[in-house]
Structures are given as structure tokens and as C-alpha cells.
Design a protein around this ligand. Structure first.
Ligand code: VGL
Ligand code: ZN
Length: 180
């Protein structure tokens, strides 16, 4: 069983948002098209409280129940079966979707008999990376869809380095055109 995991395609990570990945919105049409290929689609949201240690590192973003935390308006949300909320606690970053606090995401996927997870979304160098590495470490065959992710690139090259780290951890790096 395969699942598509859409990481943090939220307004604040798209152009005009508080912590935008340059061209982050370009993943939206790619992901909308990909969703048709999957029987199970799940998404994560960065979902922070007003105050968090996370904001010692980052500008305030994705405060729960605000516009910045909503999905990009063009993302087709009809096919999303479950939403994993992470970074909710204020004491940690909560970069990985498996750190969701509203659902046990790993258990949810295993209950659905998922053995292969395809990862898309924002941002390559933080939440996509940490999600992909924790998903592969949890025992799933993990595929990162290279044209369906974008990096913040606080430092030039961070996105490419993240792709290398995901590959080294055992994730497969693929292109959306090559999925059937
Ligand atoms: C993210 C930085 C801070 C992400 C979340 O979703 O990649 N990046 N919080
Ligand atoms: Zn965050």
C-alpha cells in the first residue's frame, strides 16, 4: 500500500508568507496532479502556538488557526484523508510529520497497511528532510519526489545538501513523471 504525504504546503512557506521558500507555490500543481495516483493521501501542517522556542530560530510562522497556517489556497484538499499537526508544543521544533501530536502518524500509516511513502511539499531543507529521514527510519520504503519539494535555502546549497542527506539515509529520490 502506498501513501502520498504532503508536508506543510501552507501560506507561510509560499511567496508572500512569513517564512517563504522561494517558488514554494510551484509544488502545488505538481502535488494536485500526483494526488490522483494515490488511494491514500495525508498531509502535515506546521501548527505552532503563539510562543515557542522555535521562534528563537525563525520568524513567527504557521501560528495555529491563522491564515499563514492554512494550506495554499490552490492545493486540492478534497483527497486528503488525514492531517498531522506538528510543532504544536512550544518546547521543540517538531520538524517531522511523525512528531504530530493530534494523531500517531506512524501508527495511522501502519494501520492502513502502508509500506511505501511518497514525500512532497515544503521545505526540502527542514520539514521534508526530517520527515523523510524519520519515515525511512520507521521502516517504510521512502520516495522523495524531487520536483514536488522546494527549499528555503537560508544558506545557498541547503536544499541540495538535504537531498544528499535523505539519499544517504536510504530514501529514494524520484521525479513525478516517473511514477505510474
Ligand atoms: C519548516 C522551518 C520552520 C518547514 C517549519 O516546514 O520546513 N521550516 N518550521
Ligand atoms: Zn515551524
Amino acid at each position: 500500500m502506498e501513501a502520498l504525504l504532503i508536508v506543510d504546503v501552507q501560506n507561510d512557506f509560499c511567496p508572500g508568507g512569513a517564512l517563504a521558500a522561494p517558488n514554494g507555490d510551484e509544488v502545488v500543481p505538481v502535488i494536485n496532479k500526483l494526488m490522483d495516483k494515490f488511494k491514500l493521501v495525508v498531509a502535515s501542517k506546521d501548527w505552532h502556538p503563539e510562543e515557542s522556542v522555535h521562534f528563537e530560530k525563525w520568524p513567527k510562522h504557521c501560528i495555529k488557526n491563522t491564515h499563514g497556517a492554512e494550506f495554499h489556497p490552490d492545493l486540492n484538499t478534497d483527497k486528503i484523508d488525514n492531517i498531522f499537526l506538528k510543532g504544536t508544543e512550544g518546547e521543540d521544533d517538531g520538524y517531522s510529520a511523525l512528531e504530530a501530536t493530534n494523531v500517531d502518524a506512524e501508527e495511522f500509516l501502519k494501520d492502513k497497511k502502508v509500506n511505501r511513502v511518497y514525500i512532497s511539499g515544503l521545505t526540502t531543507d527542514y520539514c521534508v528532510k526530517d520527515t523523510a529521514i524519520s519515515v525511512v527510519n520507521a521502516g517504510f520504503d521512502t520516495y522523495v519526489i524531487e520536483d514536488a519539494i522546494r527549499a528555503v535555502n537560508v544558506n545557498p546549497g541547503d536544499g541540495e545538501q538535504a537531498i544528499r542527506q535523505m539519499k544517504d539515509a536510504g530514501c529514494h529520490i524520484v521525479k513525478s513523471d516517473n511514477l505510474n
